[in-house]
Design a protein around this ligand. Structure first.
Ligand code: 5AD
Ligand code: SF4
Length: 439
C-alpha cells in the first residue's frame, strides 16, 4: 500500500476533513496519486441533496469496476453519506468496499486500514457522536489560504436538512486551539483563513464558552501575518451586532457575509423551521448594508419547498430584489430521508419548480451583472490565488468582498496586488495588474 487518492464531494467542511485524511495517510508513508493508479481510493461523501448521493454512487460504481480488475486496490468511504443510519449496510451490500467510517472518527482511519490489511475483511466504524478531534496532521491544499474548522455539527434542525443527522450536535473548538492552528499557518506563509462551521455565529454557545464568535474574530485578527479572515456559514437568527462591530473594528475581517435566506415567504420559512420571518431578514440585511462599508451579502435559496405557492415564490423574488445579493446559490428542494420535510404534502410539480428556478437564476444573474458593472474603472486589492482554473495564461484572485477577479500581469499565488478592473461579468470581473504592493 503506497499511494492514495481522495475524491471529495460537498462543502468546505468536507474539503477540510479530506486535507486531514490526506495528512494522516502521508504520515503513514503513503503518497498522493490519481484515481486510476492509487492503491487506496477514498470517497469523502456529501448527502445534502439527492444529486450528491447519485454522483457518489456513480463514482463508486466505477471504483467497483476497477477493483474487479485489480482486487488488491482498496476502497474506503467516509463522510456525511456514510454517517447516516443504514448507509454502511446499503453500500456494503452492493459494492466491494473495504473501509467505512463516519464524520466523527477521521482518526480511526489508521487502525481500520491496518485491520483491513491484516484480516482481509471489511472494516466499519461509525460513531454516534464524539468530541472534535484535535491535532490531526493536515496536508493543506494551498500555502497562502487555509480552511480552519472552528465548530462542527448543527442543532438547528431546519426541516429540510440532513446536516444535524450527518454531522451531529453542535460543538465548538477551544479558541486556544484555533489560534494555535492559525499562528502556525501564518508562520508558514498563510495570508487568508476561512473559519468554517455550519453556523459560525453561534460559536461557543453550546459549548458554554465565554468567548463568542465576534471575540474569536478579533483574536484571529491580531495574529501576525494573517491579512484576510473569512467565515461561513452564518445563520441569520444568530447574526448579532457584535459581529458587525467586529468586522468594522478590523480591516482584516472581510466584508463579505454568507447569509442564507432559503425562502422569502414567512409561511415557508416557518415550515422550514428557520425561526425568522421575511421582514426580520430584510431588516437584518438592511442593517448590515448600512453598517458595513462595501459589504457583500450572498445567500442560499431553496426553490420548490413543499407548499410553496406562486405567492410564496413572489415573496422570495421580492426579497431578492430588495437585498440585491452579490451572489446566490440556488437549489431545488431535495427530500432527505429522516428529515421532517421528507414527509410533507403539497409537493410542488417539477415543471413549476423548474420554471421558478430558471426565473430566479436569470433575475439574480442580472443583478450580479449590474453589480459587476459598478467595479469597472476601479482599482481593487486582490489576493492572488494563482493561474485561473479555466485559462492558465491569466491569473485569478479575490477582492476583500470575495468578488472573483481574473486578470493579466505577473504575480505569484499569495501576493497582494492592485488590479484595474476593465470588464464586469455576472460571475466575475476582469482587469490587469496596475501596481505591485509588496507585503
Ligand atoms: N434540498 C435542497 N437544498 C438544500 N440545502 C440543504 N438541504 C437541502 C435540501 N434538502 C441547501 C440550503 C443550505 C445549502 C448548504 O444547501 O440552501 O443553505
Ligand atoms: Fe442545515 Fe439549517 Fe443547520 Fe444550516 S442551519 S446546517 S441549513 S440544519
Amino acid at each position: 500500500m503506497d499511494t492514495f487518492y481522495i475524491q471529495t464531494f460537498g462543502c468546505q467542511m468536507n474539503e477540510n476533513d479530506s486535507e486531514k485524511i490526506a495528512g494522516m495517510l502521508m504520515e503513514l508513508g503513503l503518497s498522493e496519486s490519481n484515481y486510476t493508479s492509487a492503491d487506496l481510493v477514498l470517497f469523502n461523501t456529501c448527502s445534502i441533496r439527492g444529486n450528491a448521493d447519485e454522483k457518489f454512487f456513480g463514482h463508486l460504481g466505477a471504483a467497483k469496476a476497477r477493483k474487479a480488475k485489480e482486487p488488491d486496490m482498496l476502497i474506503a468511504v467516509c463522510g456525511c453519506f456514510a454517517q447516516q443510519d443504514g448507509a454502511a449496510e446499503e453500500i456494503m451490500s452492493k459494492y466491494p468496499v473495504d473501509i467505512i467510517f463516519g464524520t466523527h472518527n477521521l482518526s480511526s482511519l489508521e487502525e481500520l486500514l491496518t485491520k483491513r490489511i491484516e484480516t482481509g475483511k471489511t472494516q466499519r466504524e461509525i460513531l454516534e457522536d464524539s468530541d472534535i478531534e484535535e491535532g490531526l496532521p493536515i496536508k493543506r491544499s494551498y500555502a497562502h489560504k487555509a480552511f480552519v474548522t472552528i465548530m462542527n455539527g448543527c442543532d438547528n434542525y431546519c426541516s429540510y436538512c440532513i446536516v444535524p443527522f450527518a454531522r451531529g450536535r453542535e460543538k465548538s473548538r477551544e479558541a486556544a486551539n484555533i489560534i494555535t492552528e492559525i499562528k502556525d499557518l501564518a508562520a508558514n506563509g498563510c495570508k487568508e483563513v476561512m473559519l468554517l462551521g455550519q453556523n459560525v455565529n453561534s460559536y461557543g454557545i453550546k459549548s458554554n464558552f465565554i468567548e463568542r464568535f465576534s471575540d474569536l474574530l478579533l483574536d484571529v485578527a491580531v495574529v501576525k501575518g494573517i491579512e484576510r479572515i473569512r467565515f461561513m456559514t452564518s445563520h441569520p437568527k444568530d447574526f448579532g451586532v457584535d459581529i458587525i462591530e467586529a468586522i468594522n473594528a478590523s480591516n482584516k475581517i472581510c466584508n463579505s457575509i454568507h447569509l442564507p435566506l432559503q425562502s422569502g415567504s414567512s409561511k415557508i420559512l416557518a415550515s422550514m423551521n428557520r425561526v425568522y420571518s421575511k421582514e426580520w431578514y430584510l431588516d437584518l440585511a438592511a442593517n448590515i448594508r448600512e453598517s458595513i462599508k462595501g459589504v457583500s451579502i450572498t445567500t442560499d435559496i431553496i426553490v420548490g419547498f413543499p407548499g410553496e405557492e406562486d405567492w410564496d415564490f413572489e415573496q422570495t423574488m421580492e426579497v431578492m430584489d430588495k437585498c440585491k445579493f452579490e451572489g446566490a446559490f440556488t437549489f431545488i428542494f431535495s427530500p432527505r430521508k429522516g428529515t421532517k420535510a421528507y414527509n410533507l404534502d403539497n409537493v410542488v410539480p417539477e415543471h413549476v419548480i423548474k420554471e421558478r428556478f430558471n426565473y430566479l437564476v436569470a433575475f439574480q444573474n442580472n443583478i450580479m451583472a449590474q453589480d459587476s458593472e459598478r467595479y469597472v474603472g476601479t482599482s481593487q486589492e486582490i489576493l492572488v490565488d494563482g493561474p485561473s482554473t479555466k485559462n492558465m495564461n491569466i491569473l485569478s484572485g479575490r477582492t476583500m468582498s470575495n468578488k472573483l477577479v481574473n486578470f493579466t500581469g505577473q504575480a505569484q499565488a499569495g501576493e497582494t496586488v492592485f488590479v484595474k478592473i476593465t470588464e464586469g461579468k455576472p460571475s466575475h470581473l476582469f482587469g490587469h495588474i496596475e501596481e505591485r504592493k509588496w507585503v
